[in-house]
Design a protein around this ligand. Structure first.
Ligand code: C2E
Ligand code: MG
Ligand code: MG
Length: 766
């Protein structure tokens, strides 16, 4: 029997061996979890176990060629092959004495031929491997041409020793052939040393993998397509309460509540096949949030991501699982902070918006649901705050929050919008009368006396509440409308005597809406920069500027210029005048500072309008003090205007505050604005710490009508005797100006001289 073989064919195998080495890199990935091995050679049996051999192809090639040596003529050719292969080929006699070696063997073991021939094979195998070599070689079968499949179990791994004592790892295959009717043992040996670096890499990679999988807090579990767990790291103990060994071969499902797993089962299957990069396109999440089940502790939220691979036994899925309970807790806390009022722990406006959206969405889907929105504003809260201080005010708000909560059903909601404003959402209200009952209960609860720690000896305090009610959907079918209408109804409750509730109805009128719009608009105007301070000059008889009156200017983006008379009274009613006035003070003092820095402006004053509402709070004193400090203005150039009517609303209190301000800031002056309209007795002026009077514009405009000149004259005379300066405002004509200068009134303000101008224009004009 002649077979065609050639060196070429063996080299071909050698080349394919390189491919094999290539492929081990991918094997590394698959065998990352092989049990720990202490020596390079230990890797090999593991690989073989897994059905892979580095060299099976190589051995196969030599073996395939062995069986063709059926005649002596072919022996020469066989020798040629042996001489050209890189594997050691050793012929042994029955006693295991080496009788022939090829050149590869000599170079691998570093012997010369005569040194090796005659030695025992055991001389080149280290002792601990003798036994296994014996076992393998005793089972030697004679190669027969029909049977040259090498079984994995035939391949041995041993440690050999070279002439100069170097220990190396080898893979070997032993067989026997018949030559000249003599049985000859043949050992084919492959030096594994040149694969050492590859093995080192494999080992290092495994070590890294082990270290990583054991140090990270995440659970790593690999499962097969039947959800059988084939690998688990030790983090499973912490997260799922199981030992890793306990989980091997168990069903992955035991780690989740059944219903939860069923919900995700189909999706999990997809992860086996869809690679990470393709997931988004396939509509798969990169990370899945799922409830996991701890053996002992019950259920907690987990986050899971996946990596898939193809193993010899099929596809596997590596699941990285993280317990996210603490993150969820932090998220919950952050949400609590972002959506709740710090003082009372009630929901804030943000939460209100979010929950109202849900409420309206449900309302759309279910026409049976109705609701009511209450807008609450406490009556008399400010007084408590002013009398007993902020601590008492805070205490009262906290108690109010509790009272409101306790009056309501569980599915109703209370929010605090800030200050003493609360909002209640009643879900499932069928009739107006039901809302009335709840409103009545709320009124009663708030009317009950409050006992406060900070009420400075006063055993109990009383407040009330004004409630505006929007029925939903009757009074609006969106968040903005129902809120606005409840707010409008609340104003009406205040207007009509406080401590009561009022349902919104269209009858509350257009003006209420306008007022509401105006208030919202004002709040936005300041933040949007639509509001500015302008300055109108006050001149002397020679038209030289003595000072300016600071006047607010609002340029609405769509409505154009809105005069202050339209919104100042509303701001006063709603309390917005306070933050607004602080803004005005700050801005005007900065204006004054600027004017004083102009070459002509050193001693020029600025007169700022105050509101009586500002005098409701003692804060006015400290506000003025801090604004003067902050802006660095000279108090002698600062004037504060208060209308006669506002002074007369609480003359004693206001004048004592004026005194306090004057005592703190040397040179600061008070001006009585719109003088002549307040019907105050002129002699009362002597009691007030004022420096100047501004004759109301109406007397000036109609100066030449009826008795107006008489009034003006008596004001001028009186002021002269009281040594008060008089300013005439509203001067539009020369005659008016002359009338005043003729009577020694030398502070004139009016369109005749100039309208109010921006700081920029003013700089250019003078
Ligand atoms: P007021 O304090 O008596 O201010 C004088 C008003 O008369 C200003 O109106 C001014 O523009 C106007 N005026 C001045 N000269 C003439 C004139 O020759 N003819 C006519 N017809 N009017 C003249 P404005 O700016 O519309 O302010 C109206 C009122 O709004 C002010 O009366 C004041 O009570 C209030 N206001 C204006 N700015 C402020 C502010 O910054 N704070 C406060 N609290 N109130 C302000
Ligand atoms: Mg004024
Ligand atoms: Mg005035």
């Amino acid at each position: 029997m002649t077979k065609n073989y050639s060196l070429q064919s063996i080299e071909g195998k050698i080349i394919s061996l390189d491919d094999k080495i290539e492929s081990i890199s991918s094997s590394i990935a698959r065998y990352r979890d092989i049990s720990d091995f202490s020596d390079v050679s230990d890797v090999i049996p593991v690989l073989l176990d897994k059905g892979e051999s580095l060299f099976d192809g190589m051995f196969q090639s030599i073996i395939q060629n062995l069986d063709i040596i059926s005649s002596s003529e072919e022996e020469a050719s066989f020798n040629l092959i042996l001489e050209n292969t890189s594997d050691a080929v050793i012929e042994l006699d029955d006693e295991n004495t080496i009788i022939h070696v090829n050149s590869a063997c000599l170079s691998i073991f570093d012997y010369r031929e005569f040194e090796l021939v005659g030695k025992s094979i055991y001389d080149i195998i280290i002792t601990s491997y003798h036994k296994s070599f014996d076992e393998k070689s005793s089972k030697l079968a004679i190669i027969n041409s029909n049977e040259h499949e090498i079984k994995k179990s035939d391949i041995d791994v041993f440690r050999g020793i070279t002439k100069n004592g170097k220990v190396k790892s080898f893979e070997s295959f032993s067989t026997s052939i018949m030559r000249d009717s003599k049985k000859i043992k043949l050992v084919i040996i492959r030096d594994l040393t040149y694969n050492k670096s590859l093995m080192d890499e494999l080992k290092e990679s495994k070590n890294n993998y082990d270290a990583l999988s054991e140090t990270i807090a995440e659970v790593i579990i690999r499962i097969d397509e039947k959800y059988k767990i084939i690998f688990a790291n030790s983090a499973v103990k912490q997260v799922f309460g199981y030992e890793r060994e306990e989980l091997i071969n168990k069903d992955f499902k035991i780690l989740f509540p059944i219903s939860e797993f069923t919900r995700y089962e189909n999706e999990f299957l997809k992860y086996f096949y869809v690679d990470f990069k393709d997931r988004t396109e396939m509509g798969l999440k990169k990370v899945v949030e799922i409830l996991g089940k701890n053996k002992n502790r019950g259920v907690s939220p987990m986050e899971m991501s996946f990596g898939n691979a193809k193993d010899i036994s099929g596809r596997t899925l590596t699941c990285i699982i993280r317990d996210i309970s603490s993150r969820k807790n932090i998220e919950r806390k952050l949400k609590q902070l972002a959506f709740h009022d710090k003082l009372t722990s009630l929901g804030n406006r943000e939460l209100f918006d979010t929950e109202m959206k849900v409420f309206f969405a449900d309302l759309e889907n279910n026409s049976d649901i109705n609701g009511a929105l209450f807008f609450l504003d406490l009556d008399g809260f400010k007084k408590i705050n002013d009398t007993f201080g902020h601590h008492a005010g805070d205490e009262l708000l906290i108690q109010t929050a509790k009272r409101l909560r306790s009056t309501l059903r569980d599915n109703d909601a209370v929010y605090r919008f800030g200050g003493d404003e609360f909002v209640i959402l009643l879900r499932n209200i069928r009739k107006k009368s039901e809302a009335s009952i709840v409103a009545g209960n709320v009124l009663n609860e708030i009317r009950r006396p409050y006992t406060l720690k900070y009420s400075k000896g006063t055993p109990s305090v009383n407040i009330g509440v004004s409630i505006g009610i929007s029925l939903i959907p009757e009074s609006g079918n969106n968040i903005d409308t129902v809120t606005k209408n409840a707010d409008i109804a609340m104003y009406r409750a205040k207007e009509t005597g406080k401590n009561r509730f009022v349902f919104y109805s269209k009858k509350l009128g257009v003006s209420a809406h306008e007022r509401w719009d105006m208030e919202q608009g004002m709040k936005l105007a300041i933040t949007n920069g639509e509001i500015d301070m302008f300055y109108q000059p006050i001149v002397d008889e020679n038209r030289s500027v003595k000072g300016f009156e600071a006047l607010i200017r609002w340029f609405h983006p769509s409505r154009g210029y809105i005069p202050p008379d339209k919104y100042i009274p509303i701001a006063e009613e709603t309390g917005f005048i306070i933050p607004m006035s602080n803004w005005i003070l700050e801005k005007s003092c900065r204006g004054l500072k600027k004017i004083n820095s102009f070459p002509w402006g050193k001693n020029i004053y600025v007169s700022i309008n105050l509101s009586a509402k500002q005098f409701d709070h003692k804060d006015i004193v400290s506000n003025i003090e801090s604004v003067i400090k902050r802006t660095g203005v000279n108090p002698s150039n600062l004037r504060l205007e208060l209308t006669e009517t506002s002074i007369m609303s609480a003359p004693e209190r206001i004048s004592s505050i004026m005194e306090e301000i004057k005592s703190k800031h040397n040179g600061i002056k008070f001006v009585v604005d719109d003088f002549g309209t307040g019907y105050s007795s002129l002699s009362y002026l002597t009691e007030l710490p004022v420096d100047s009077l501004k004759i109301d514009l109406s007397f000036v405009t109609k100066l030449f009508q009826k008795n107006n000149q008489k009034i003006v004259n008596s004001i001028l005379n009186l002021s002269e005797s009281l040594e008060l300066e008089v300013v005439a405002e509203g001067i539009e004509e020369m005659e008016q100006s002359k009338y005043f200068t003729d009577r020694n009134c030398n502070s004139l303000q009016g369109y005749l001289f100039s309208k109010a101008q921006s700081l920029k224009d003013l700089k250019k004009s003078y």
